[in-house]
Design a protein around this ligand. Sequence first.
Ligand SMILES: [Zn+2]
Length: 215
Amino acid sequence: MPPPSVPTATIRTQVLVPLRLGDGYTATARVFSFDGLVDGQEHVAFGLGDRAAPLTSSGTGQIPLVRPHSECLTGDVLGSQRCDCGSQLREAVHRIADSGGYVLYLRQEGRGIGLYAKLEAYTLQDTGLDTYEANLALGHREDERSYLVAAQMLKALGVREIALLSNNPDKALQLRRFGVQVTSRVPTGVYLSDANAGYLTTKAKRGAHTLDIRL
Ligand SMILES: [Zn+2]
């Protein structure tokens, strides 16, 4: 099967934003917006470390560390303990600012089902369904995320090869299918709490995430 074509997107704006995380960590990010992303959502890339420098067309240098991060309002903004998204995002910023690369912040809440549906899925999880079963019960697929926009963003940034910061094998598979060379997959930490133990165990079992969880 020939690889699916990746429509060209272009950089719309790039601007420096100084960051200070909740833990006091500071870094400078070059934030990129895009024209031409296939789903019309406002996905953004945060260039960190050497990738906070202005983008040049000759853009060689080291292979960037890249974290495609799916938006999670409750976890990213307010530190919800029902998932590990906030901790994952913070870790990604720390590590990528150290080694150089991008956080691709993808506007696909709740594995692509949206924020309201995610909250409805939580109510089903409180009755005993796991995170994937709850999505199915709501008429969604287990995981509706596509990483085509991530591939478009990388292409617009002139990035053909990446080290992928992720425990999710589907991200690597999809990105490779969309023509991104994933030269290595770097696992992220596991952030276990009483409230997210079930969620993480399910991700490890059903989503084949490479998580080393000891309960
Ligand atoms: Zn989350």
